[in-house]
Design a protein around this ligand. Structure first.
Ligand code: ATP
Ligand code: MG
Length: 181
């Protein structure tokens, strides 16, 4: 499974609807400073609910909505299309989509998630993504500084990351639960 395309609408510097294609082996994004390269990575963290606003380099979530001169459309949306031809996610579809939309409101913001166009909770989406070993602690997105952090971790902490990536951590949780029953 891999990302096929990301569609951004009013997310950070992407004012118009923009589609970013990804290839099945390797994709690099290049461009001048401030052109929006890192914003594309932020959009992955945002859409899949893998991070809080700080690691997306925003004070608050509504700062992720495109704005110029204090004017903003008040809503932003990101869709990620995954190629699932290899059926890594055990759903009989070649394409899986996850969409997240936020709307600013007087009291803060509203957040909406969709899995294959159906309204979903973030929990439901994380449960699905976990089947393809995509998780908050899974280092599917490796950010600046992560490598240094991993190097300076204790052996036990590093082991936990390997368990998480290998997908065995969930069995540890289940074993602990079973033993305590
Ligand atoms: P570098 O090469 O320096 O790492 P980059 O290509 O990664 O640059 P980004 O950090 O992705 O650049 O983009 C930064 C730009 O995004 C800035 O110009 C900033 O003003 C703009 N930006 C961030 N949030 C918003 C927003 N909510 N509305 C409009 N523009 C925004
Ligand atoms: Mg950058």
């Amino acid at each position: 499974m891999h990302i096929k395309e990301i569609e951004l609408s009013n997310f950070k510097s992407f004012a118009r609807k923009v589609k970013v294609p990804f290839y099945d082996d390797f994709t690099t994004i290049s461009g001048p400073n401030g052109s929006g390269k890192s914003n594309i990575i932020d959009s992955i963290l945002f859409c899949l609910g893998l991070s809080n606003s700080r690691t997306m380099r925003a004070e608050k979530l509504t700062d992720l909505i495109y704005s110029v001169d204090g004017k903003s459309p008040g809503t932003a949306e990101v869709t990620i299309r995954f190629d699932n031809v290899d059926r890594e996610l055990p759903i009989d579809l070649d394409e899986i989509t996850v969409t997240r939309r936020i709307k600013s409101s007087d009291s803060g913001y509203y957040s909406y998630y969709y899995f294959n166009d159906k309204p979903s909770s973030l929990n439901e989406i994380h449960e699905q993504l976990a089947k393809a070993r995509i998780s908050q602690d899974g280092y599917n997105v490796v950010l600046q500084g992560d490598v240094t952090r991993i190097i300076s971790m204790s052996d036990t902490e590093r082991r936990k990351i390997i368990d998480e990536i290998a997908g065995t951590a969930e069995f540890d949780d289940k074993t602990d639960k079973a033993l305590s029953e």
